[in-house]
Ligand binder design. Structure first.
Ligand SMILES: [Zn+2]
Length: 230
């Protein structure tokens, strides 16, 4: 099982950006696919999820049905928490999870609060990062961790989308190449969050480590980003 932890990591939370490695799914879902809705064998996905749970110390995570919106839910217990694209909690030891395959996973930690965010281009444009940061209390005490996602090198969007992002966030597009991390950083700074760390890995470039919806289409798996307050 392989995951990427941000460096420097926070002192009061554990953060896991899981890779595609360490599971039992067969190609094109090899091997740690966590989604039952992409065409993978259900038994394999369940085994993968139980391997993830083992890494989390046997703890069950809270999760949402992701809808590419800007909804944030506050959770106090594991399990399904409704439709949203961000979860926040004050409960120590409760893992929060989002699934991704190019979309940007973001973790926010500070003031005894944890946030985990799924930010694709729609959520990024709707500034879900800033909305989640709004739940975190004093932004100066919040640290933000950007996980592996598709980056400028691999992410060409329509002229319309590129134009919208340029207008809203300024210098986050080159031609039709969009930098999701730059747009998310812009959102976070707008919300007063200055401590922003980025693991810097591109899901499109690193097919050996990550699923990429864009690069590996039409069928590929999903990975988890999980964090828990200590
Ligand atoms: Zn790339």
């Amino acid at each position: 099982m392989v995951w990427i932890s941000p460096d420097p990591g926070p002192i009061n939370a554990s953060i896991y950006f899981f890779t595609r490695r360490g599971g039992v799914s067969r190609p094109p879902f090899d091997s740690l696919n966590v989604s039952v809705s992409v065409g993978d064998d259900r038994a394999a996905v369940l085994e993968n999820l139980s391997r993830v749970r083992r890494v989390l110390g046997g703890r069950e995570a809270a999760w949402v049905r992701q809808v590419h919106g800007d909804g944030v839910v506050c959770v106090v217990e594991p399990g399904f928490a409704g439709e949203a694209d961000a979860l926040v909690t004050r409960s120590p030891g409760l893992p929060l999870a989002v699934s991704v395959a190019d979309c940007l996973p973001l973790v926010l930690v500070g003031n005894g609060v944890l946030g985990v965010v799924h930010s694709g281009w729609r959520g990024t444009y709707a500034e879900i990062a800033a909305r989640a940061a709004g739940w975190m209390g004093d932004p100066e005490a919040v640290s933000a961790y950007i996980g592996p996602c598709i980056r400028e090198c691999c992410y060409e969007v329509s002229e319309e989308v590129a134009g919208k992002f340029g207008e809203k966030f300024g210098d986050v597009v080159r031609g039709r190449r969009l930098s999701l991390p730059a747009a998310v950083e812009s959102s976070l700074r707008g919300a007063g969050v200055e401590n922003i760390y980025d693991v810097g890995l591109c899901t499109g470039c690193r097919g050996d480590l990550f699923f990429s919806h864009r690069v590996q289409k039409p069928r590929t798996g999903r990975m988890l980003a999980v964090a828990a307050l200590r």
